[in-house]
Design a protein around this ligand. Structure first.
Ligand code: NAD
Length: 381
C-alpha cells in the first residue's frame, strides 16, 4: 500500500532546519510513496516550496500533515501539542530527545504511535550513514570555530603586511570526537596554530593527521564502546593542573568534551578562566549539557574578566542548509531500511530499527527510556 511520508515546519525557537530536503523527497517519490509537507516547511533552511519535486503534496495547514501522513518525520519530532493530531497507527521519526519530557512517550505509546529516535540509532559501522550525532556534531564543530573567529579580537592566520607581521592565533580544542576534530580541521584551514586534547589515546593520531599538535596532560580514560569514561577526582585534578599551565598561551579555547549519558564533564574551572589572557575567547559546545567550563551558561555570551565565554545552543541549526541535507540523508538511510520492494515494512529483526525504536505495540520499549519513564512518573502502562 502507498505510504505517505509527511514533514512539518519545526516549531522549536531558533530551529531553522528541515527534516526532508527536496533531494530526499524525490527519492521517496521514486519509491512510489507520497510526500506531504506543511507549506514553507523548508523555507528557513533555504528550500522554498518551489524547490520540492512537483509530485510533493503541499498541505493547506500543519494539522493536515499530522493527521494525513502514515509516517511523520521531523528534526525535533514529537511535539506534545502535535501528538494528539497524529493518527493512532502513525510512525514518527526524528531527534525526539528521548531523555526529556518522558510523558510524551507514554502518551504516544497509549495512542499506538510508533516512535523512532534518530539519537538512539546504534553507533555501529552499518549505521554510520544514519548517525545524526555525527552529522550534526560535525556542523557544530565547524560553526564553533567561525563563531570564535568572528568574536575574537584577532586574526586567525599569520599575516605579513606593510604594517607588520601578525602572529597566528593559538587555538586549543578539548575533546577530539566528531565535533572536536571538525573544529580542529576548520581552525587549521583558517591558518591558526591548533592543539587538540582528548582522554582517548587513539585520538593522538587523529589529531596529528589534521596537522594539529596533541596536548599530553597525562590522563587516559577509555570507557565502554570506544567512548571516554568519567574521570576520577585524582585524574580530574591532574588534568586541571597540567591544563592550567597551558591556558595562558591560548587565544581561543573550544571545548567539545562529552561522556555518553552524563552531564558535560567540567574541565575548566572559573579560576582557570582567570589564567587566560584578556581578549581570549571560549566557545563551549558542552553548554546545553551543563558546560565544560564552569562559567558557561547555555545561550549566553558573557565576559569573565577579559575573557569572552560563549555557550551556544543548537549550533547546527545556524548552518541550516547543509545541516538539513545531512540530517535528511540520515533519515533517508533509515527509511530505506523500512522499504521492502516498495512496501513499508518494520522488520524488528533489524538491529538498527530494534535499537532506535522508543514506542511500539502500545508500550514504551526502549530500555533506557523505559527506565527513565518509570523513574520519573511510574506511569508506564
Ligand atoms: P562525544 O560527543 O561523546 O565526546 C566528545 C569527545 O570528548 C570524545 O572524543 C571524548 O573522548 C572526549 N572527552 C570526554 N571526556 C573528556 C575529558 N574529561 N577530557 C577530554 N576529552 C574528553 O563523542 P563523539 O564525537 O560522539 O564520538 C566519539 C566516539 O564515538 C569515538 O570513539 C568515535 O570513533 C565513535 N563514533 C562511532 C561512530 C560509528 O561507528 N557509527 C560514529 C561516530 C563516532
Amino acid at each position: 500500500m502507498t505510504k505517505t511520508i509527511g514533514f512539518v515546519k519545526e516549531q522549536k525557537k531558533g530551529e531553522s532546519r528541515v527534516a526532508i530536503v527536496p533531494e530526499t523527497a524525490q527519492k521517496i517519490i521514486d519509491l512510489g510513496w507520497q510526500v506531504l509537507m506543511e507549506p514553507d516547511a523548508g523555507e528557513s533552511a533555504g528550500f522554498p516550496n518551489t524547490t520540492y519535486p512537483e509530485m510533493t503534496q503541499i498541505a493547506k495547514r500543519r494539522s493536515e500533515v499530522l493527521n494525513g501522513a502514515d509516517v511523520v518525520v521531523g528534526v525535533h519530532a514529537l511535539d506534545a501539542a502535535d501528538l494528539t493530531e497524529l493518527r493512532d497507527d502513525a510512525v514518527v521519526i526524528g531527534m525526539v530527545s528521548p531523555y526529556a519530557d518522558q510523558q510524551r512517550f507514554v502518551q504516544a505509546a497509549n495512542q499506538g504511535v510508533t516512535v523512532f529516535s534518530m539519537e538512539l540509532i546504534p553507533r555501529t559501522t552499518r549505521a554510520q550513514a544514519m548517525d545524526v550525532l555525527s552529522s550534526q556534531a560535525s556542523v557544530a564543530g565547524y560553526k564553533a570555530v567561525l563563531l570564535a573567529a568572528s568574536e575574537a579580537p584577532r586574526f586567525f592566520p599569520m599575516l605579513t603586511t606593510a604594517a607588520g607581521t601578525i602572529r597566528p592565533a593559538s587555538v586549543l580544542v578539548i575533546g577530539a570526537g566528531v565535533a572536536g576534530l571538525q573544529a580542529m580541521a576548520t581552525a587549521k584551514r583558517l591558518g591558526a596554530n591548533v592543539t587538540g586534547y582528548d582522554v582517548r589515546p587513539e585520538t593522538v593520531e587523529q589529531i596529528k593527521s589534521l596537522g594539529a599538535k596533541f596536548l599530553d596532560l597525562g590522563v587516559e580514560a577509555v570507557g565502554e564502546g570506544g567512548y571516554a569514561r568519567a574521570l576520577t577526582d585524582e585524574e580530574k585534578q591532574l588534568q586541571q593542573d597540567n591544563l592550567k599551565k597551558h591556558l595562558s598561551s591560548v587565544d581561543v579555547l573550544i571545548t567539545t568534551a562529552a561522556v555518553p549519558g552524563r552531564p558535560a564533564p567540567r574541565i575548566i574551572t572559573a579560576d582557570m578562566v582567570k589564567e587566560m589572557k584578556a581578549g581570549s575567547v571560549i566557545v563551549d559546545l558542552g553548554a546545553e549539557g551543563g558546560g565544560n567550563c564552569e562559567p558557561t551558561e547555555a545561550g549566553v555570551t558573557k565576559m569573565v574578566g577579559g575573557v569572552k565565554v560563549i555557550g551556544p545552543e543548537n549550533l547546527s541549526a545556524t548552518v541550516p542548509l547543509h545541516a538539513s541535507e545531512m540530517y535528511s540523508r540520515n533519515v533517508w538511510n533509515l527509511l530505506s531500511l523500512m522499504n521492502q520492494d516498495g512496501e513499508f515494512v518494520l522488520n524488528w529483526e533489524d538491529d538498527i530499527l530494534a535499537g532506535c525504536v522508543v514506542t511500539k505495540d502500545k508500550a514504551v520499549v526502549h530500555p533506557a527510556v523505559k527506565d527513565a519513564v518509570s523513574n520519573t512518573s511510574g506511569e508506564q502502562s
